[in-house]
Design a protein. Sequence first.
Length: 417
Amino acid sequence: MVKLEKGLNSSYEDFNKGHKYIYYAVIFAVTATISDLAQDFLNFNFPLLRYFLFFLAEFFLISGIINTFNYKFGNLINIVVLILCLTIIVSLFKGLPKIRSEYQNYLFLKKLISGELFVLSIPFLIFSNPNLVLYKKLFKFFYNLTLWGILIVPLVNIIFTKNPFYGVELLSRIFTSSGSVILLTSTYHRKKTTNLIYLSIMIALIFLVFFARRNMILYLSSVIFIGIYINLIFKENNILVASLLFILFIFVISYILYLFQDYFPLVIDRFSTGFDSRQNVVDEFFSDFNKTPLDWVYGRGLFSEYSSESTSMFLNKKSRDGIENGYLNHILIGGWLYLGSLIILSLRAIYLGFFMSKNILSKAFAAIILIYFVDMVGFGLPAPNIKYILIFISISACYSNWLRGLPDDIIKSIIKL
């Protein structure tokens, strides 16, 4: 049994009930999301199962955070953390009146217990105490999901799904992206493990390119590029060689896409036009928010809407309750107070993880945060999935002096897959 020296008693043996609760919360949340596949692809609906699973996920998440609470922030970051937490709480209270209103109150209640409350609670994972055994268990779960993705992504998109444009993105977000943190820590794992992760990602990328799903293409490509980069740099300790290989890799991929552009006209066309398809919605968002400038500061809270002529879930109303841009979605809910505090907190975490750590695990967590900010440009919406949960687990890890100071050999002996 490996004993890790630390004042906060986060050792191999100290995988306490709080860490188990966080693990259970992730399991139940992902299971609830997977249960939606029955509705999306098989036309079955299990609302009571979804409510129950998210109730369990919420219960275990809050219990886990309480039982592993570790405040590791200092100096001016204290103010940032306080603002972040207050904006989350305020956004929840702003949304509660809609649950008590006479107009479609049942709809807002169903949204709250179908994952909205869980998503709103996920940022509080920044207060959880890092634990290597928790990471090992989560990595194993993520690995199994990624393996299922090798089978499910092509099978569902070829045979079952009626909407492959939507299906491949949903499936890759649930299954394939789960392996991102394992790929980023590939130096710790067996070659067989990382090769299977690469295989799952490559299969997903083939379908994503074919159906031109830009967001997940960008996300998975970023994971591959940054994963290769940080593992080459810090495993071989040769920044020059790693940088040259990274540039060469980008050049080769770009040249291949250029040579075969006639075979992928849809994806090349969509990337070349940027996000013009969403420009009308973005303009409507800015126009509506400019009418009430304070909304840019405070946001409009949970279940918030903005005026839009585009199709929305409320077919009898000219409004939308979401926007396909992570940055603007954060502003919609909590304003610049929320987005700004999240950016500052994350930038500090990225700095600590990349430049003030002695192990690849911390750098991988920093990379997860960095990739999220790239992801938010095209989509990157808060959701009860592994991608979003990992952001705040990563922030917690990067702020831990203990974790950043661990040598790679100890970490590898515990989390190796």
